[in-house]
Design a protein around this ligand. Structure first.
Ligand code: TQI
Ligand code: CA
Ligand code: ZN
Ligand code: ZN
Length: 172
């Protein structure tokens, strides 16, 4: 079953059109941006929310890759362990661990970076999960839901389950 954060934080009712932006950084390709836009689309399909890309500075949701300590009190830990974190509304910080072996459609996003499938992390799966947190969803006990708090290495889980949809529709 779905859950919310304590106090049930969510984006305010007068804010249904949300924006997101990428920290300007090396290696951010169109392919990576398309993965995030697909992930946002999955949530906008089942809510009154829309998500539009804008500049990092003015965005409601700020996306960036960071390695190790990045000065928010929650340092990343190298390959595996913590993959990403997102803060509950209305903070909108969406950080991904730059040390993970991120893959898109099974392909490493860093060219010439070969690694074991056991350490591959599917970017789209993590994006869909973290957007759930950004909207106010906590973890779910339903095993095939997006908000279930574990994901087998190398696997792709991007389709919202009924449980995810019901949870987000309680909020919006
Ligand atoms: N990051 C955790 C997560 O997003 C951060 C976290 C731990 C958290 N406890 C929390 C967030 C309680 C909100 C509430 O769940 S993670 C997965 C999954 C992570 C894990 O890097 O461990 C995904 C990020 F589900 F696979 F385990 C994305 Cl998809
Ligand atoms: Ca990590
Ligand atoms: Zn962070
Ligand atoms: Zn989570």
């Amino acid at each position: 079953h779905y859950s919310f954060f304590p106090g049930r934080p969510r984006w305010p009712a007068n804010k249904r059109d949300l924006t997101y932006g990428f920290l300007p950084q090396n290696g951010l390709t169109d392919t990576i941006k398309i993965v995030f836009s697909r992930a946002f689309d999955r949530w906008s399909e089942v809510t009154p929310l829309t998500f539009t890309e804008t500049s990092f500075q003015s965005a409601d949701i700020k996306i960036g890759f960071f390695a190790g300590d990045h000065n928010d009190g929650e340092p990343f830990d190298g390959p595996m362990g913590t993959l990403a974190h997102a803060f509950s509304p209305p903070a909108g910080h969406f950080h991904l661990d730059g040390d993970e072996n991120w893959v898109i459609d099974g392909m490493p996003i860093v060219d010439g970076n070969f690694f074991s499938i056991l350490s591959a992390v599917d970017l789209e799966s993590v994006a869909v999960h973290e957007i759930g947190h950004l909207l106010g969803l906590g973890h779910s006990s339903v095993e095939d839901s997006i908000m279930f708090p574990s994901l087998e290495a190398g696997t792709r889980r991007v389709e919202l389950a009924n449980d995810d949809i019901q949870g987000v529709q309680v909020l919006y």
